[in-house]
Ligand binder design. Structure first.
Ligand code: 4AD
Length: 467
């Protein structure tokens, strides 16, 4: 095979070398009958290629052919690398140009596209500036982006988002493996609700009522009863949410962990704290290019976090809100607004936008949550926040079958529907706890994006099941 150079790897060091590269036609600018500029893009990187009529090498027909190519068509280009007099603005490869000697069209794109990638990649500020200058520009709305997602995800920011998502998953796995966790897979077809509540997708399982798993909750705990000690799972989670919000999806990727607890549920919070500090460090270090690409379209401040993750109790949070003039029910849940407000107060007081709030009121937690032994109005549970929005919930679980039955009953759950789960605790079950992370939320909030649909490749929400 011939040697191919990726667009992102075309650098000044290759000066005068003949290279072969494949990409998409990003823009074409004819200068005259004899000359044209073709900007070629590959995975968010762009390079300017110059087509200049030269005897024996580049014909007039070739220039004509190039200028007839539709945007987004796949092209192969052979040419020599040169250094332009001035940096090429608007390209990622600013210090180089490619002097085309051969150009093949591998596959044409339709002549008119529903999304123009150049427009779809602009920041709000750039859009405003372009409109002021009177440029013809189509503001690409969210629905259009999602309807034609395979075009939309070609923008540099989107390329960055999904590479970061992959890295979040990778660090989650690597960190937990290094802490002695075992990766498992639990069934997604289950007999009943795993989180309580009615937000489940029901289906017919060969004549039996069943549903799509709302979480791996029950089975990850059963794996602990099966003596794995520490487990994690990365997999799909289904929620028949009616909430059409910026942070709810009907299908998302859950990063779940469950572990034996020796003495206190802070052991679980300790893992969460260290895992996420390692994750943020690594994203900032490994994903610099991706973060820059995202920031160019959606400017954001890097996340502020402490080396040792801050923990506050729910009661302390309520007190902070109270002092700021926000009254909340000390035994109720926080709403989105008060969570945001608390996030601001915590950032001001402690200098961190990542923290754990623990010891929640029992009444607002799922039935499987362990009540505090010194005050059963509260529970051994926690939520974790980035920039004032929840990314994780976790807790110690009830491992005593009698208490579990009692708690399920109090929460209005028919114990018969979860009997195999409750029975798992009758054969010797250790104290344990764990947590569940929403992958799309982590990426959204780390990059301060305003909508979870931006961090889901093909999002599923109450109104969308395509593409
Ligand atoms: O808070 P949730 O519902 O908790 C559980 O599923 C527990 N079984 C976790 C545990 O181990 N105790 O969901 C966990 C996380 C949330 O913090 C949030 O990040 C995300 O999953 N999440 C959603 N993400 C997108 N769309 C939705 N509809 C989500 N619901 C929860």
């Amino acid at each position: 095979g011939r040697k191919w150079t990726e667009v992102g790897s075309i650098i000044p060091e290759l000066k005068d070398q003949v290279i072969l590269t494949r990409g998409r036609v990003h823009t074409i600018r004819p200068v005259s009958k004899k000359m044209a500029f073709v900007v070629v893009r590959e995975r968010g990187f762009t390079v300017q290629c110059v087509l200049n009529v030269k005897p024996e090498l580049v014909s007039l027909q070739m220039v004509k052919f190039a200028t007839s190519l539709s945007k987004e068509s796949i092209v192969d280009i052979e040419g020599s690398v040169s250094i332009p007099a001035k940096p090429i603005t608007g390209c990622t490869q600013q210090q180089v140009e490619v002097q085309i000697s051969k150009l093949y069209c591998v596959n044409r794109a339709m002549p008119t596209l529903p999304i123009n990638i150049e427009d779809a990649a602009r920041s709000e500020v750039e859009i405003e500036q372009a409109l002021e200058k009177g440029e013809q520009l189509v503001r690409v709305n969210q629905d259009t982006r999602l309807n034609f997602r395979i075009l939309d995800i070609r923008t540099p920011a989107n390329q960055g988002i999904f590479r970061i998502q992959c890295q979040v998953e990778n660090i989650f796995r690597q960190f937990l493996l290094s802490e002695g966790f075992v990766g498992i897979h639990t069934p997604k077809l289950i007999g009943g609700s795993s989180e309580g509540g009615s937000a489940v997708f029901r289906l017919d399982y060969k004549g039996q009522p069943a549903c799509l798993a709302q979480s791996p909750q029950l089975h990850k705990q059963m794996a602990i009863c099966g003596d794995f000690g520490r487990v994690f799972e990365i997999g799909p989670v289904f929620r028949a949410e009616d909430s059409f919000t910026h942070r709810h999806l009907c299908e998302f990727t859950g990063l779940d962990a469950e572990m034996e607890i020796k003495e206190h549920y802070s052991e679980v919070m300790d893992i969460v704290g260290r895992l996420f500090v390692a994750m943020f460090d690594s994203l900032n270090e490994i994903c610099k290019k991706e973060l820059e690409a995202i920031g160019r379209q959606y400017p954001f401040e890097p996340l502020k976090y402490l080396r040792k993750t801050l923990r506050l109790t729910f009661a302390e949070g309520v007190q902070m809100l109270k002092e700021a003039g926000v009254e909340v029910d000390p035994l109720g849940d926080l709403n989105t607004e008060s969570e945001r407000k608390l996030g601001q107060l915590v950032a001001e007081k402690y200098g961190t936008e990542f923290y754990i709030l623990h010891k929640y009121p029992l009444a607002v937690r799922p039935f499987y949550t362990m009540p505090c032994h010194d005050n059963p109005s509260y529970s051994n549970s926690f939520d974790v926040f980035i920039r004032g929005e929840e990314i994780i919930s976790g807790a110690q679980r009830v491992h005593v079958p009698e208490l579990l039955e009692k708690r399920a009953g109090e929460c209005g759950i028919d114990v018969k529907t979860i009997s195999t789960y409750v029975d798992s605790f009758r054969y010797g079950a250790p104290p344990h706890g764990g947590f569940g992370v929403g992958l799309e939320r982590v990426v959204m909030l780390f990059c301060a994006l305003n909508n979870i649909r931006k961090t889901s490749l093909f999002p599923r929400d109450p109104q969308r099941i395509a593409p």
